[in-house]
Write a protein that binds this ligand. Structure first.
Ligand code: XLS
Ligand code: NI
Ligand code: NI
Length: 459
């Protein structure tokens, strides 16, 4: 993940921007993004579908969609990849890991959030604040930076959807964090998480995310899987205890991903995480943060994990991005496919909303998209795609045509033997008697193409 690459130089470069001023001039010439439904095809710095205050199906669009900007890609991404150096240079960023630079990045970020009209943000501890020589120094840096972040949150009204700990970039975590074979490293991860929860409480985070960056294995030969899973569960139990002890109210979330950076990651997909949580009796305390690019990496259709988590009552939040399924790695692109967005919003509507979760754009502009405007265009395009998805999903729900078709398909479970099977009160003997009396079942069409045509009507 290039966004986590350490800065090349520790020396400050003159950005021409003052480090302590409050002036909002990092995005000169760009005003607040307006809703302009009749804008032409080439007008891309306006919302054509997302109208934050418009009430639709009982809530404002902002309440249904709960969009969030992620700090790591949008304010730490530099466009480097395994084959090429950074392509993206921001005027406020001198490339150093000084506290002044960290503060400038924050000020630029909050100007961006405000102009975009986005209500939430997310960050890793290490994105916003540099690591020091010791844990104590690192934590002091984080205290100072989050003081400023809180001030900016109060000034702008932007809230924290979630924070998380970066437990994968530092070399100490090369063999894992909570699942490291060395207890010393596991203790370090636990200490970092303790601070993360305190920061979450201080900033009123609505959720707290665990993404198991290096929790997995490269070879089974050197790995005691049973002990690693047990240790991870034990640390997560400590998390639940400490969260209650300090009175942090955020929802705990686990974000599945099948691979990258580890060859196999324990939190493979939504159902794997749910099985893990149930095995270790943690299911009451955690929900799932689904990232569709990870879902497709796991070999599933785009909306699969969103649906599976929701069906299990475990869908907490969504890292709304997309990949290029033809590539097979985590490209973290902005979600621009209206049909995908419709399928996600259909599930969100069916479960009555996502709060306290949201739609976090864990997405980065392409390394070729180097213009400052591209940051806006990417977010606006994705917000508009989800707004269209919401509008279509509301129509699908209100007209009820798809729901009726599905209900018809399962009608045989509404009465007679079907109802007894559905309630779990039948037996193998009774089923055998039924078949003896009724013979061979008829073939009933699944009508897949009809369902697909009906969906196309709305999108
Ligand atoms: C990486 C993950 C990461 C998490 C937060 O692939 O998506 O960005 O969302 O650690
Ligand atoms: Ni993510
Ligand atoms: Ni990802």
């Amino acid at each position: 993940m290039s966004a986590f690459a350490p800065p090349k130089s520790k020396k400050a470069r003159d950005t021409g921007a003052s480090s302590n001023g409050n002036q909002k001039d990092y995005f000169k010439g760009i005003g607040n993004i307006q809703y302009k439904p009749d804008a032409g095809a080439d007008e891309v710095m306006v919302f054509k579908h997302y109208n934050a205050t418009e009430v639709i199906s009982g809530r404002t669009m902002a309440e249904w969609l709960r969009f969030s900007v992620c700090f790591w890609h949008t304010f730490r991404g530099v466009g480097s990849d395994p084959f090429g150096f950074p392509t993206i240079k921001r005027p406020w960023d001198d490339g150093s890991d000084s506290m002044e630079n960290a503060k400038r990045r924050l000020r630029a970020a909050f100007e961006f959030f405000s102009k975009l009209g986005i209500k939430y943000w997310t960050f890793h501890d290490r994105d916003i604040s540099p690591e020091g020589e010791t844990l104590e120094e690192t934590n002091r840096n984080l205290d100072e930076i989050t003081d400023l972040a809180l001030e900016l949150m109060e000034q702008t009204g932007v809230k924290l959807l979630w924070n998380t700990c970066n437990l994968f970039a530092n070399p100490r975590y090369m063999n894992g964090a909570m699942t490291n074979p060395d207890a010393h490293v596991v203790a370090y991860a636990a200490a970092q998480i303790k601070k993360g929860l305190e920061i979450g409480k201080k900033m009123n985070a609505e959720n707290f995310v665990f993404w198991g960056g290096r929790e997995g294995y490269f070879t089974i030969l050197n790995t005691d899987i049973r002990s690693e899973l047990q240790n991870m569960a034990n640390i997560l139990k400590m998390v639940v205890e400490y969260k209650e002890k300090i009175g942090f109210k955020g929802q705990l979330l686990i974000e599945p991903k099948p691979k990258e950076p580890a060859r196999h990651q324990y939190d493979y997909d939504a159902m794997t995480v749910i099985a893990f949580l149930r095995t270790y009796a943690l299911q009451e305390h955690f929900k799932i943060n689904v990232e569709p690019n990870h879902t497709t990496l796991a070999g599933h259709p785009y909306e699969h994990d969103v649906v599976m988590a929701s069906v299990c009552g475990m869908l907490g939040s969504i890292d709304s991005n997309t990949g290029s399924p033809d590539l097979g790695w985590d490209t973290d692109q902005f979600p621009m496919d209206v049909k995908n967005c419709t399928m996600v919003m259909k599930t969100v509507l069916e479960q009555g909303g996502l709060a306290p979760g949201g739609l976090n754009f864990d997405a980065k502009v392409r390394r070729e998209s180097t213009h400052l405007n591209d940051m806006f265009i990417a977010h606006i395009g994705a917000m508009d795609s989800f707004a269209r998805g919401l509008r279509s999903a509301v129509k699908i729900k209100e007209e009820g045509i798809l729901a009726n078709m599905v209900q018809q398909r399962y009608a045989s479970f509404e009465s007679g033997l079907g109802a007894k099977i559905a309630k779990g009160v039948s037996s193998l003997e009774e089923c055998e008697d039924y078949v003896k009396q009724n013979g061979e079942p008829e073939l009933v069409s699944g009508h897949q193409e009809k369902y697909e045509s009906v969906l196309n009507h709305y999108v």
